[in-house]
Write a protein that binds this ligand. Structure first.
Ligand code: GLU
Length: 299
């Protein structure tokens, strides 16, 4: 069965860019009669303000999106991630590393050559070193063949400050929740081949991938919480936000009205979701005239 997920980092409220990933992944799952999972990626606690996960979950509900099963909140799952890191260490596929970004600029990491684990691991990170070559690329459901000349740099599994890395937690959770296709923004294309290697090292088959176009603030910057894209529900009503997201994803919207229930809009959009109409290229969103004055401040 088809399974995908939406996995926001609750560093700020939902913005138009995250709404695109949410809408695209939900439509893909529902249009294929698949499961849609929700996961809160809040391991980097200093980046995630108190109460933000709850706010995002309530925004997702207000927008009319349903999901299957329990919400997986990563901050409660640290022992699981530690067990995955221990398993990789046991197989010789992870090592303690004392390099810093600065030291790596001057000399390459040789920490993996150490035979015994260090006595004191405080301030050290754990990094991944597969004993097999990385794939050259992958087949993306939207983009087609994506290839990288990726110089492998020992993906971090656990940071020197003790925080479990996004890559480890993401891959381990995708595996255990049975995700068959990862649908997310194109800002994560570059890490996919390395996540595939991690998946293989953890003994699982790789999921498929679909990387959606990004909503850009201008030609060079994606909209994100870091560059303070406005909370989408402060710009638009829930129904209008959905209509704008569907338009951005190239879907039919001319029979959708802001007066409609969000759930009715989503049901109609899922029934006729057409991946072939989704643009491959990221773009600056052009909001519809109907969106009202609020939209103009965002464009
Ligand atoms: N948590 C990531 C984000 O909010 C998404 C990770 C993913 O979908 O793989 O950008």
């Amino acid at each position: 069965m088809y399974v995908t997920r939406f996995a926001p980092t609750p560093s700020g409220p939902l913005h138009f860019g995250s709404l695109i990933a949410l809408t695209g992944s939900w439509l893909r799952a529902r249009s294929r009669g698949g499961r849609f999972l929700l996961r809160i990626e809040d391991l980097d606690a200093p980046r995630c303000p108190e109460g933000m996960a709850e706010r995002i979950i309530s925004e997702i509900e207000t927008l009319g999106f349903d999901h299957d099963g329990e919400i997986l909140t990563q901050r409660y799952e640290i022992p699981f991630y530690e067990s995955q890191i221990a398993a990789l260490m046991g197989k010789g596929l992870a090592f303690w590393c004392s390099c810093t970004r600065k030291s790596l600029r001057h000399s390459p990491c040789k920490c993996y050559l150490r035979h015994e684990p260090p006595e004191d691991t405080s301030g050290m990170s754990v990094r991944f070193k597969p004993d097999f070559p990385l794939e050259r690329g992958f087949d993306d459901a939207l983009l087609g063949r994506v290839e990288f000349d990726d110089r492998y740099d020992f993906l971090t599994l656990k940071r020197a400050d003790g925080i479990i890395s996004y890559n480890l937690a993401c891959v381990a959770d995708d595996i255990r929740t049975g995700v068959t296709e990862v649908v997310r923004g194109q800002d994560l294309v570059y890490v996919t081949v390395r996540q595939m290697a991690l998946c293989k090292a953890l003994g699982a088959p790789c999921p498929h991938y679909l990387h959606l176009p990004l909503a850009m603030e201008d030609q060079n910057f994606k909209l994100s919480k870091q560059n303070r894209a406005a909370p989408v529900l402060e710009l638009f009503s829930p129904a209008q936000a959905l209509i704008e997201a569907l338009r951005f994803l190239g879907q039919k919207t001319d029979d959708l009205q802001p007066s409609m229930e969000p759930r009715a809009i989503l049901a109609r959009a899922a029934a006729r979701f057409d991946l072939l109409k989704v643009p491959k290229k990221s773009a600056v969103p052009v909001f519809s005239d109907k969106a009202g004055a609020g939209a103009k401040t965002a464009s």
